[in-house]
Design a protein around this ligand. Structure first.
Ligand code: SAH
Length: 262
């Protein structure tokens, strides 16, 4: 009987093809089969060995190129053929990445597997937007939350607690639910003047950051046509971005050098 292969569930990082671990690059190079998601930077696939089978499992919101169940079955089947399988996912596989579901499926089928973490988009996009998610004096905590289930109060997400007890909120999959998210946060006591940043295509060469407040962010998102993939960062730390920009402008004027603020 052929020996069972192994499945690596690998974080591909947030977009910049250099924001990836050495382990991820090594495994991409070792994979016989690579099943990759929509948000995976295509440059990473260049690390694949010649002849590796590259399979797109992209999922645009609301559309599924390959249903999760099919992906799970494919991972098991390829491993049973003795192959080294790399399941490449945007950001970190365990942060809104369904990596847990895939691991459960593999474990149930007795397939050896390993999880390789990646830089989640919240961490990457915040850094590339000059927004520290924690900052002495203004944020001692942050939470990553999904905005996709924010509709009409039937969310199962404790927006009341999040609004009160977490300093910085990073909301994934939320740009198309901004009015509901705003309503939840305002209803639970967040101030309308709380700064909000939308970061579109964070860490890629198409990154764009739009800054407003809870009061006007939805209108800004509409007028600036902010599209997925994008993150919503809510909290006082958003102001640090402006502070840094101001200081950099000043330094530029004073010393005539310094990185221009992107
Ligand atoms: N596992 C991924 C998240 C997948 S859920 C991670 O760890 O980052 C998909 C959501 O992630 C998108 O709707 C968006 O909110 C966010 N996202 C992923 N990549 C992004 C990027 N480069 N810039 C901004 N948001 C991103």
């Amino acid at each position: 009987m052929r020996q069972t292969g192994k499945v690596y569930i690998v974080g591909a990082g947030p977009g910049d093809p250099e924001l990836v671990t050495l382990k991820a690059v090594r495994l991409i190079g070792a994979g016989d089969v690579i099943l990759y998601d929509r948000l995976v930077g295509k440059e990473l696939l260049a690390h694949a060995k010649p002849g590796a089978e590259l399979i797109y499992c992209g999922k645009a919101p609301g559309r599924h190129a390959m249903q999760q169940e099919m992906i799970n079955k494919a991972l098991v089947a390829y491993a049973q053929e003795g192959k080294t399988v790399v399941r490449l996912k945007g950001g970190d596989p365990f942060i809104f990445g369904r990596g847990g579901e895939e691991a459960l499926e593999l474990a149930a089928a007795g397939i050896p597997y390993e999880i390789v973490p990646g830089i989640t988009s919240a961490i990457g996009a915040a850094a590339y937007s000059s927004i520290p998610l924690t900052h002495r004096g203004s944020a001692a905590s942050f939470a990553c939350v999904t905005g996709s289930r924010c509709r009409g109060g039937e969310t199962g997400i404790r927006w009341d607690l999040l609004a009160h007890s977490v300093d910085t909120l990073v909301i994934y999959m939320g740009v198309s639910h901004l009015p509901d998210i705003r309503q939840e946060l305002l209803a639970h006591g967040k101030d309308a003047s709380t700064p909000v940043a939308l970061i579109e295509r964070g860490t890629t060469n198409k990154q764009r950051t739009v800054v407003g407040t809870l009061a006007d962010i939805h209108e800004l998102a509409e007028s600036q046509r902010v599209k997925n993939p994008a993150l919503i960062v809510v909290g006082e730390v958003v102001k640090v971005r402006e502070q840094l920009a101001g200081l950099e402008q000043q330094a530029l004027a004073e010393y005539g050098y310094g990185e221009m603020f992107g």
